[in-house]
Write a protein that binds this ligand. Structure first.
Ligand code: G1P
Length: 297
């Protein structure tokens, strides 16, 4: 049991995954693997390692595989046991029996609306929100912002610096430095700015939110995107509550589309115990091939 105030986490996983079609026509995008582990398992493991005791996953139509993945698979277990495949049995059983709860978003009305579905589960507690498309590699970002919440008791948004030409794809934070390195006061936020981004610090899919956010989410109408945006709720919240940003310096992958997933797979393969020995020489060979190819051009 952790002594920290943040003990609950919410993972919205109701999105349709259209950026990943046709792969997501019959499969939940959260189940697509980075090498051999479903993306959502990385997120759940990060939350548990950060001391989270209960996780709510917000699913929707066609997302049953997520529940199946975090459930026991009796037939598989029997089979692996009979064959004495202990290592595989461990892999098959370590994702069952976790404190994971589920609720469903009835219509895909956006991230803000999905988060609103966590209201009863959260009650009066601060909570960790992890977005399923955002995978980190390096220090446990969730743990870092949970620790910061102990110190500041304020809503915290984790951010990562992006190239200026990428700001149009993210929620961008307008920030002011504080005494503490990597910690900023948030002055404003813009969701996917098309021309003038206030900075290059992008919201990176990890937040510590306070329960008062539900009062705003309950009354929020869909914004210009036609969806209820979490960013709009946070902008409203900021009018009466201070918001902090934490700049994460580890690696961040957005795996909501094929390009991001491929980038993550390559990097994770470099230290995957069963793959790296064969993969590293292979990738060097491929890089060399590209070099010679480019020289010819
Ligand atoms: C969401 C948030 C955005 C954030 C991004 C991180 O956008 O709305 O503020 O920067 O996740 O991946 P989405 O990727 O769902 O469009």
């Amino acid at each position: 049991m952790s002594n920290y105030k943040v003990k609950k986490a919410v993972i919205p996983a109701a999105g349709l995954g259209t950026r990943f079609l046709p792969a997501t026509k019959a499969i939940a995008k959260e189940i697509l693997p980075i090498i051999d582990k479903p993306a959502i398992q990385f997120i759940v493991e990060e939350a548990l390692a950060a001391g989270i005791e209960d996780i709510l996953i917000i699913t929707g139509k066609g997302k049953q595989e997520i529940e199946d993945h975090f459930d026991a698979n009796f037939t598989l277990e029997q089979n692996l046991k009979a064959k004495g495949k202990d290592k595989l049995l461990k892999l098959a059983t370590e994702t069952s029996n976790l404190n994971i709860h589920y609720t469903r978003q009835d219509h895909p009305r956006g991230l803000g609306d999905a988060v609103r579905h966590a209201k009863a589960f959260i009650g009066n507690d601060p909570f960790l929100l992890l977005l399923g498309d955002d995978i980190i590699r390096g220090d446990n970002l969730s743990q870092r912002i949970i620790e910061l919440y102990e110190e500041y008791n304020q809503t915290i948004i984790a951010g990562v610096r992006v190239d200026p030409d990428q700001t149009k794809n993210y929620g961008i934070l307008d920030i002011q430095a504080t005494q503490k390195p990597q910690v900023y006061q948030i002055l404003d936020m813009v969701e996917k700015p098309q021309d003038h981004a206030p900075s290059n610090l992008a919201a990176a899919g990890r937040y510590i939110l306070e329960p008062q956010i539900f009062e705003i989410l309950d009354t929020l109408e869909p914004g210009t995107t036609g969806e209820v945006e979490l960013t709009d709720a946070l902008i409203e919240f900021q009018k009466s509550h201070p918001l902090l940003a934490y700049e994460y310096e580890g690696e961040w992958f957005e795996v909501g589309d094929a390009k991001g997933m491929l980038k993550a797979a390559i990097i994770f393969a470099l230290d995957h115990p069963e793959i790296k020995n064969e993969f590293i020489p292979y990738i060097k060979q491929v890089a060399k091939k590209f070099e010679t190819h480019n020289e010819k051009d």
